[in-house]
Design a protein around this ligand. Sequence first.
Ligand SMILES: NC(=O)c1ccc[n+]([C@@H]2O[C@H](COP(=O)([O-])OP(=O)(O)OC[C@H]3O[C@@H](n4cnc5c(N)ncnc54)[C@H](OP(=O)(O)O)[C@@H]3O)[C@@H](O)[C@H]2O)c1
Length: 267
Amino acid sequence: MSYSIGFIGGGNMAGAIVKGLISGKVYDKSEIIVSVLRNESLDRIKTELGVDATLVNSEVAKMSKIVVLAVKPHFIVKVLEEIAHVLTEDHLVISIAAGITLDQMKPFTGKAKLFRAMPNTPAAVNAAMTSICSDIPQSDPITKTVFDIFSAIGKVEFITEAQIHAAIAVHGSSPAYAYMMMEAMGDAGVLLGLPRDQAYRMAAQSLFGAALMLLESGKHPGALKDQVTSPGGTTIVAVASLEEQGFRNAIIEAMRKCADKSKEMSS
Ligand SMILES: NC(=O)c1ccc[n+]([C@@H]2O[C@H](COP(=O)([O-])OP(=O)(O)OC[C@H]3O[C@@H](n4cnc5c(N)ncnc54)[C@H](OP(=O)(O)O)[C@@H]3O)[C@@H](O)[C@H]2O)c1
């Protein structure tokens, strides 16, 4: 094997993971290969990521024991058909494609070790949340390899495959909900007299800080909210208004619909 890890698909998500692996010193550039669909993408991969690139998917599987499937879900079966004959029990195959189940991939991956991983777009700034699932028990040492790959771009949680729809609602799609909230906060800031760019910076830093407080304090989010709300103060007025407008219920319902859509796409 000439490479440690190969990616089939070199788009946004593969690019973010490759950058994280290189900057986190998990793998050297020379240990990574990426395959893409279009000729013009070869130069982009070489220039932007500094790794080797090919148009032949089976070359990736031939030359690296770890194969990350990073093409759009509707290309996964086609790609698996191309690499199935090359895969051995020594291979580790990790699919990041949404909605493609382990059972759908197993007929092609044979005895290779198979995982699904669900990162999110903050991978681009090394702040991803990735959920990982597999039939392989967590005690198997191969799990550590998968954990280390995705730890290079952020945090990792192990889940069962049945929980993947919940994970997609909680962290796959949630950057969009957070952007909507920051956009609304920015509009409100402008309404109240702040310049827009300053309002966005303030909104983003506040949500970032609140998230860090939750992660680092280990406190219940309700307890942290209570700490900000003084009797008869400004924050409790805002909290009461959010409750009146069904803020929490809107989020719960949106996430339920998101998980339902994910289930529908997997069936
Ligand atoms: N974006 C997210 O938030 C997110 C989160 C979690 C999981 N995912 C999953 O990540 C996967 C990739 O998403 P993305 O956003 O990175 O997509 P993307 O930016 O559109 O990239 C897709 C890549 O696949 C390549 N490709 C297409 N067909 C191919 C083939 N037959 N053989 C080899 N390469 C092929 C494309 O090559 P060219 O460059 O030549 O066109 C491109 O580099 C999807 O399955 C998605 O479900 C995405």
